[in-house]
Design a protein around this ligand. Structure first.
Ligand SMILES: *Cc1c(COP(=O)(O)O)cnc(C)c1O
Length: 477
């Protein structure tokens, strides 16, 4: 399997060649040259596999340059009941991603039982083990630099802690995360994890990371890498649970289903698109946004118009407060029939702060063949959905999952079973749960009292020179 860039001007690469990198050299994103296809016979054979065995089958189609025995060992080490048993007590950890049925035809796929209680653990844990393997082979080291407002940073740290050859330098805005999120990250005592509390907002931290990444000499000397959501390995690992959810919600491979996905950077739902392109019978992919509705606008009107960071609202589903969806280019590449020149034309407008419009073009007609639907949700919708699920089913959900369920129920074709992807546990968003239900969210036993553990972080002004000096002092070259 070879990988090509959505901008069409980069040499083809193998999976391990793109594993540690970010964007392709031409500024595009990597995708398989062709989507591997899954036959009816394979679907039948996969239906009753364990999560790890299913992951091996799916990922073997994307990863052809790691020996099968090694890949199997990496996957078996990643998808264990022990790693994915942080969730609710009534959840079946051996399933890794159990399906919870609310009523016939309406399900939640639990993806948040990993160490940081968000679906990002599903892919990030695999990434940690793949990185460690690849670095050991090359006798190399990697220093991951990132900025986080909560979920991504903690998922990365829990995936990379204690790994040989890897250090994580994670910037977070001082005093801007919830005390739970802060405790999750800052209580890690592993010597390869460096938490940096920046005086300022998330954007200040993000700017510092960008400044370091643009210093190519520094970046090369200190082997700086990232784990952001454009990483292809993360997207491919997410394809697996669409298969898992499909098998759990159906009895035969002749049935179709709908998936509803709370979306921000378009990474999660991009994996659903890829699963469908591989031949998984998905009749509908329902994209849910919060008040930051750039993607909903595109699927309704054909206009893609990112709003810029000063017009991104802070909402009670903060992990979806995104204006420029970094994985969206992957889908548009397929939408325009893999015409890289068209993608370059569209993104030359987007990168200059503009927009593009496919209404009235052949692409608007083509869009219907990809079976998307979309909708948006507000703070009031979120509160109402959280209340409804608690009162009717005794199920407590988080704010992002609530957006997905609200839009999913609204947009679904009633003939299709609906599978709503759960993206986080309510314990991460206490304030809104209290507002909706007047009670505290359930918290997994292992995390009770986490705020009382000793914490470790480096306070820093938003100063790039200080950040570089700190990295240099902690990386021996
Ligand atoms: C990251 C995240 C999302 C958005 O996922 P994308 O892949 O960026 O679309 C939704 N909900 C939660 C809880 C997240 O952490």
């Amino acid at each position: 399997m070879k990988y090509i860039s959505t901008r069409g001007n980069s040499p083809t690469r193998t999976f391990t060649e793109i594993l540690l990198g970010g964007l392709a050299p031409d500024g595009g994103l990597y995708l398989p040259e062709q989507y591997p296809q899954v036959s009816h016979a394979e679907l039948n054979a996969w239906r009753n596999l364990s999560y790890a065995d299913l992951a091996f089958e799916v990922l073997s189609k994307f990863i052809t340059d790691i020996p099968a025995g090694d890949l199997r060992a990496i996957i078996n080490k990643t998808y264990t009941a022990e790693v994915y048993s942080n969730g609710r007590a009534d959840s079946d950890a051996t399933q890794i991603s159990p399906l919870r049925t609310l009523e016939p035809g309406v399900h939640i796929l639990e993806l948040s039982n990993g160490p940081t209680l968000a679906f990002k653990d599903m892919a990030m844990q695999l990434l940690g083990n793949l990185f460690e393997y690849a670095l050991a082979k090359q006798n190399a080291e990697l220093n991951i630099l990132g900025a986080t407002s909560g979920d991504t940073g903690s998922a990365a740290e829990y995936a990379m802690r204690g790994k040989r050859g890897i250090r994580v330098f994670m910037l977070s805005p001082h005093g801007k995360m919830s005390s739970f999120q802060r405790a999750q990250m800052y209580s890690l005592q592993d010597p390869n994890i460096f938490n940096i509390a920046v005086t300022g907002m998330f954007d200040d931290a993000q700017d510092m990371v960008k400044a370091v990444s643009n210093d190519h000499a520094f970046k090369a000397k200190y082997k700086i890498g990232t784990v952001n959501s454009i990483n292809w390995a993360r997207v491919s690992a997410q394809v697996v649970y669409y298969f898992k959810g499909y098998f759990a919600a159906t009895k035969s491979n002749d049935e179709q289903v709908a998936f509803s996905v709370p979306s921000g950077n378009f990474g999660n739902i991009c994996a659903g698109h890829i699963a469908r392109m591989m031949g998984l019978p998905i009749g509908q992919l329902i994209l849910a946004t919060n008040e930051n509705d750039v993607l909903d606008e595109f699927f309704r009107t054909g206009v893609y118009r990112p709003r810029g960071t000063d017009h991104t609202y802070e909402t009670s589903s903060p992990s979806m407060d995104i204006s420029k969806a970094s994985n969206f280019e992957r889908f548009v590449f397929d939408l325009v029939g893999r015409d890289a020149a068209k993608v370059r034309e569209f993104w030359s407008k987007v990168d200059a702060g503009g927009s593009f419009d496919i209404k009235g073009t052949e692409y608007w007609h083509a869009l219907s063949q990809f079976h998307f639907a979309s909708g948006k949700s507000s703070h009031q919708d979120r509160l109402a959905t959280i209340r409804e699920l608690w009162e009717e089913y005794g199920v407590m959900i988080d704010t992002h999952t609530a957006d997905g369920i609200k839009v999913g129920l609204e947009q679904r074709r009633p003939s299709l079973p609906l599978i709503c992807l759960e993206t986080a546990l309510p314990a991460k968003f206490e304030e809104t749960i209290r507002e909706a239900l007047g009670r505290e969210p359930e918290r997994p036993e292992a995390l009770i009292g986490i705020e009382n553990l000793p914490q470790r972080s480096e306070a820093m002004e938003a100063d790039v020179a200080k950040l570089k000096a700190y990295i240099a002092a902690n990386v021996l070259v």
